[in-house]
Design a protein around this ligand. Sequence first.
Ligand SMILES: C[S@@+](CC[C@H](N)C(=O)[O-])C[C@H]1O[C@@H](n2cnc3c(N)ncnc32)[C@H](O)[C@@H]1O
Length: 349
Amino acid sequence: MPIEAESAGPSPRPASGHLEYGCHSQRGDLSQLFARWQTSPGSAYAGFQQYWHPPQPAQWLIHCPLHTSEHHSLSTPSSTGSLACVGIGITLGSHISPLARSHIESADVVFAGVSDGIVELWLQQMHADVRSLQPYYQEGKSRKQTYRQMVDAMMAEVRAGKRVCGVFYGHPGVFAWAPHKAIQTARQEGFQAHMEPGISSEDCLYADLGIDPGTYGCQHYETSQYMLYRRCIDPSAWLVLWQVGLAGDQTSKRFATGAAYRQVLVDVLTRDYPLDHEVIIYRATTLPIQSPRIERMPLRALPEADLTMSDTLAVPPCRSMQADPEIQARLTALDAGLAAEAAIPEPMT
Ligand SMILES: C[S@@+](CC[C@H](N)C(=O)[O-])C[C@H]1O[C@@H](n2cnc3c(N)ncnc32)[C@H](O)[C@@H]1O
């Protein structure tokens, strides 16, 4: 089962004095890698060399968390405390990056804000001291208070001189207050703090729904914020509404709102979209054995839909993009000017 395959315990450490890059099957010495990169003008990277300035191997010694113990003493003296907030992606086991795994394994204490109890069990196979942040959530308790308590719990260990790793599902910085606040607090107090990105539900949405946000553009809002404030929606781009299961909750204390609240959401959406416009309820798979939820329905049916805390609403564009003739003309004139300049022969010297 994939869960077993991904839970094989801590990854082996690289040999002393040898820097590791990539995952288990891709070990190498970074200085050799850079040497190959610099001496391969015919490689796929050749054209990028003038733009891309890779760090010197010495910098990797300081910043790369895939370290040996002596590298570690160069980067993060444990007596001063440090914080890494890492994302482990959405789907158990398959989304975690080698860097996130390395932060988890090298921490003194791990805090887990993840989507499922099974994910916590999986984390416990990577580290002996995994503390769940889940008990801070309670129906009727303000989520703001919950998030502050999560920050306090992590910061207490940082202040005690521990290397702390906060593990969050998806991307730790996407629609997630506590990791940002914890990192900001740690830095303000003089501790080293780092955010390691993860695969968010947004990334899964693009893959599962076959959307390229570059085709028409894509706007993202937290659903209640979208409802409570007058936002300028562009209906020729995609609209993605997060926390749609909590639509219209002003208390920050509920785990769900109902049909009457979603009817208000529909009324707000009809300022820009017709009632028969198709919308998509989307839920990415948390466990590799599941299939994603991709449920299409007319906008008018949304109030009666069955929505959970993990669902996201995707609204496709309902009209084509409007051209801007004035800007197009200005750019065409600039192109014509450049073409005319290029056509003038160089004077003979
Ligand atoms: C507090 S945010 C956390 C998002 C997370 N940091 C991420 O990177 O995806 C919770 C919201 O993310 C979205 N979300 C979380 N899990 C999801 C999933 N499995 N599929 C689709 N959307 C999800 C939903 O909109 C949910 O209400």
